[in-house]
Write a protein that binds this ligand. Sequence first.
Ligand code: ADP
Ligand code: ZN
Length: 290
Amino acid sequence: MTKLYGAIEAGGTKFVCAVADEDLNVVERVSIPTTVPEETMTDVFAFFEKYEVESIGIASFGPIDVNRKSDTYGYITNTPKPGWKDYNFLGEMKKRFDVPYAWTTDVNGAAYGELKRGAAKGKDSCVYLTVGTGVGAGVVVGGKVIEGFGHPEVGHITMRRHPEDHYEGHCPFHKDCLEGLACGPAVEARQGGVKAYDIPKDDKAWEILAYYLAQACMDLTLILSPEKIVFGGGVSKQEQLFPMIRESFKEQMKGYVPTPDLDDYIVHVDLGDDAGITGCFLLAQEAAAK
Ligand code: ADP
Ligand code: ZN
């Protein structure tokens, strides 16, 4: 009989739930709006009731608790999203479906998908950097997603300011951290509210954004030396950004660290919106094999 695996990509706007076979042929996939746990999770449970899966891989918006020794392992922790703060996501799943689980962040899931099947295929390490409503990064090194006492929060690293940028920043905690200066809403606020996709391709806004994203790539390179940096998220659909990020990276790095050919090193996602769910399936299969 064909073995089936479950995947949940839990995002701030929607949950994607899917079931696939060993070869990742998707049997069914649904998208459930993220409202409150009582509503959203009821639909999630109902979806998985229909199948007998070997294991489930979950990649969730965060912050989440990934520390196996913690009493709140498997919880969504300090989110401002109503109803989800301190929600025992993994525990509620386990109560209903007694199978092995993989539990990680949304960006780690996407990083894993891109490493195994996407832009970083064949590599052992990569960073997946998403630039959308927020900024975040998933990190895979030596084929394993990086988790310590918690998970990396690359979106909130400190930035050196672009000399011509006087926008105060969008992060409620730090104002002008990476997310505060480079997320979609920051790009739009800096432009006086013009939607990011309506900003002309040759506008200074993109140069300023590229400067910050290049700086993030430089820091990630200096700390992790990944084999590839893969960009995802709505804002990264602006293709003109890529040559600008590479150019700015070269300028800011000043030749200190030799890197792979930048056209190959700083790239756009390959799996598009499927990166996360693909990563979840692969992590689920690994959890089942353990
Ligand atoms: P989310 O982060 O909520 O999953 P997105 O990755 O689409 O969703 O990020 C939303 C942000 O990205 C918004 O600020 C939106 O204006 C911006 N955005 C979405 N698509 C594009 C695009 N094609 N070009 C530029 N900005 C975009
Ligand atoms: Zn911040």
